[in-house]
Design a protein around this ligand. Structure first.
Ligand code: ATP
Length: 247
């Protein structure tokens, strides 16, 4: 298996209402791919469809080499997929240490000490309740929890929500380092476009549930105008960019 995610003409949504349509996405080990787009563009819906939480309405989807049909998130998780949801998914009344112990499983090849080396700020906080941590520390714990489950693929939904830009700028490079050192694939849903494109390999931009732009992070970084137009879902601008060979 060379692809962690292979989605072709993916359609997903709520009930029979398709929110994302015609999405093609490939993600390989060690790659960081960011999903960008305005509020309501369908970023979380895409992530939840790939995670098997939402039903697959149409298209084909393979995660870690096996088909996903939707509605069976636990099966996808068991294959080696960690999802950090928008709300961070922590047990706020439990300590940092207990949150980590809960996510670790017998087959994990990564030791707690190795995980904490990526997040040294958590070391003195192991005995503190997760609910008493700062937003940035909670997000570190959410990332550490995802990592300690020893996944092949991590999907992060708006990890920067509610965090100061400086905290986001500290956390995202850690994600890059983890992908480089552990060979994990990372699918990153992010509103902080600039910061995400600094650490990603590639990006796709969604507007109204469809991919309106995609490319290497470098090409997206250097074409702010195109990115902006994509955000507004301005298809004429995209067509023009395509005509000019920019896409
Ligand atoms: P944001 O950045 O604001 O989180 P997003 O790009 O992640 O936005 P989604 O949360 O995927 O967007 O939402 C895409 C569309 O799906 C929106 O129009 C939203 O109203 C709709 N939607 C989201 N959740 C549901 C739901 N449970 N039932 C029906 N429609 C939903």
């Amino acid at each position: 298996m060379t692809e962690l995610i292979n989605a072709r003409q993916l359609e997903g949504g709520y009930g029979r209402l398709a929110v994302i349509r015609g999405v093609d996405l490939v993600l390989k080990p060690g790659e960081v791919v960011c999903v960008l787009g305005a509020n309501g563009a369908g970023k979380s819906t895409l992530l939840l469809t790939i995670a098997g939480v939402l039903p697959l309405i149409a298209g084909e989807l393979e995660v870690l080499g096996e088909p996903v049909r939707g509605g069976k998130a636990f099966q996808v998780a068991r294959r080696g997929v960690s999802v950090v949801p928008e709300g961070r998914g922590l047990f706020y009344r439990l300590t940092v240490g207990d949150n980590l112990r809960l996510r670790r499983h017998r087959g994990s090849t990564i030791a707690t000490a190795q995980v904490l080396d990526y997040f040294p700020a958590l070391k003195p906080l192991l005995g503190r309740k997760a609910g008493l941590l700062s937003g940035g520390e909670q997000q570190m714990l959410a990332l550490a929890g995802a990592l300690i489950a020893d996944p092949k693929l991590i999907m992060l939904d708006e990890m920067s929500l509610g965090l100061a830009p400086i905290v986001v700028e500290q956390l995202l490079p850690i994600v890059r380092t983890i992908a480089n050192e552990r060979g994990m694939g990372v699918l990153l849903v992010e509103q902080h476009v600039r910061a995400a494109l600094q650490i990603a390999d590639r990006g796709i931009v969604l507007a109204h549930g469809q991919v309106v732009a995609e490319g290497t992070a470098e090409s997206l970084r250097h074409d702010a105008e195109l990115l902006e137009a994509s955000y507004l879902g301005d298809r004429d601008a995209i067509a023009e960019a395509e005509g000019n060979g920019l896409l």
